[in-house]
Every structure is written in C-alpha cells, then in structure tokens.
Design a protein around this ligand. Structure first.
Ligand SMILES: [Zn+2]
Length: 234
C-alpha cells in the first residue's frame, strides 16, 4: 500500500517536475536517468575492461605495478563525453559521476579481472580545490562503481599532500629522485592484503595515477587496479 502511494506520488511529481536530459535538454521518460536514450547511445564504451593488455594498461608499463587498468570512454574535445565531463567537473553535477560509475560497474563486474576488488579508492583533490568545487568528482564515479559492484568506497584512502608536505616527503625518500610525491596513505592498515580499484576522472599521461600507485604499492600485500571515466587518446 505504502509502496503504491509512493509510486503514485513519484509519477505525479515526475509529471510536474520532469527531469531534463543533461545531454539535449529534452524531458526524460520514466526509467531514464541523466541522459535520454538518444544521448546515451552517443556514449561508446571501450572494450578495454575485457583485455588485460590494452591502450590504458600500456601507459603503466615500466612504471608503477598495476594488475589491470581500464577506461570507460574515449575523451574527445567535442561531443557527449566532453560535455558530461564538463558537467561533472564545473557545473556542480556530481550525479553524472554516479550515473557513469553505475553503468560501468555493471559491465566490469562481469570480468574476472574486476571480480575480486576489495575496495575502491578515488584519486583525491587538493583540499582547496575540493572546497571550491564542493566535491571530488572521482569520488562520485567511485560511489557509482561501488553501488554496482557491491564494493565499499574508501574516500580517504589516499590524501593529496600540499606543497610543503610534498617537499618534506621528497626529502625523506630521496632515493626516488624523479618521482613526484604528491600523495600519502593515512590509513595503510586498512589497505593491507587488499585488491583496490584506484579511480580517476580523465587519464592523460598517467602521471597522477602513477604517483598514487607508487605510494600504494608500499603497502603490505596490496594489489592495485585502475579504472577511469575517460582516457585521452594521444
Ligand atoms: Zn538527450
């Protein structure tokens, strides 16, 4: 009975306050979320998650140790992917991250490479940047993935160091002269013996993820895999 009332209420609510498609602005039909079917058909999901050796995993060869790496979409200067990334990063639409995460999580959880992930860790933003934006976009992608994969998200698994902290750390680990030390892991014991999925928004050179991995890989018996929303093909 309560469910029926709730359902009716939702229908009436939807009638008076229809959500527009964030791609084309047309009214969404019931069952559609964020994008209408036409706009959603413009998202071409890559097959990278189905292949251990792919364009994304190749970026980490000779760098940080990574089990598996994948990106959901190809980033182009124009088009739906660029539009969604802009909404997610600059237009206060964190729900776009959840939407993409859920969609991708449903796909990758079918692959053996991603079936034994213990927790999901987003690449953190600088505190000032996060305060300005109000949220970390990668964390919302992580939340969507976690929901679909039924896997916990450890939002504070990594911490981004400020310049002073980064320099102190650099001194401490001078043997890695050419490695950037922008990150720290505040709760190492939480990640021991775990296979973690490290997630970010757009993968360009891979330097940020490489820097995260160099910190994570110090943790006892850890495995790190990577998933990003998009990858720049160049
Ligand atoms: Zn649309």
């Amino acid at each position: 009975m309560i469910a029926a009332i709730k359902n009716n209420f939702e229908n009436v609510f939807h009638l008076f306050f229809p959500n527009p498609c964030l791609g084309c602005g047309k009214q969404l039909f019931k069952g559609e979320e964020i994008l209408c079917m036409v706009c959603e058909s413009e998202l071409h999901i890559t097959p990278f998650h189905q292949h251990q050796y792919n364009f994304v995993s190749e970026k980490f060869v000779g760098r940080a140790k990574v089990e598996n790496a994948t990106s959901m979409l190809l980033f182009a200067k124009e088009g739906m992917v660029q539009h969604l990334m802009h909404l997610l990063k600059y237009q206060n639409k964190p729900e776009v991250g959840i939407y993409l995460g859920k969609k991708y999580g449903e796909l990758i959880k079918k692959e053996s490479a991603y079936q034994h992930i213990d927790c999901i860790v987003p690449v953190p933003l600088h505190e000032e940047k996060k305060a300005k934006r109000g949220y970390n976009q990668s964390e919302y992608f992580a939340i969507g993935l976690g929901e679909a994969m039924n896997t916990p998200v450890l939002a504070n698994g990594l911490k981004r160091l400020n310049l002073k902290e980064s320099q102190t750390r650099k001194k401490k680990f001078e043997r890695w002269k050419n490695v950037e030390h922008d990150f720290d892991c505040p709760n190492e014991s939480l990640l021991e013996n775990k296979h973690i999925l490290l997630v970010d928004d757009v993968l360009t050179t891979g330097a940020t993820l490489d820097s995260c991995c160099s910190v994570l890989n110090q943790i006892k018996n850890i495995k790190v895999s990577i998933a990003t929303i998009a990858v720049v093909m160049r």
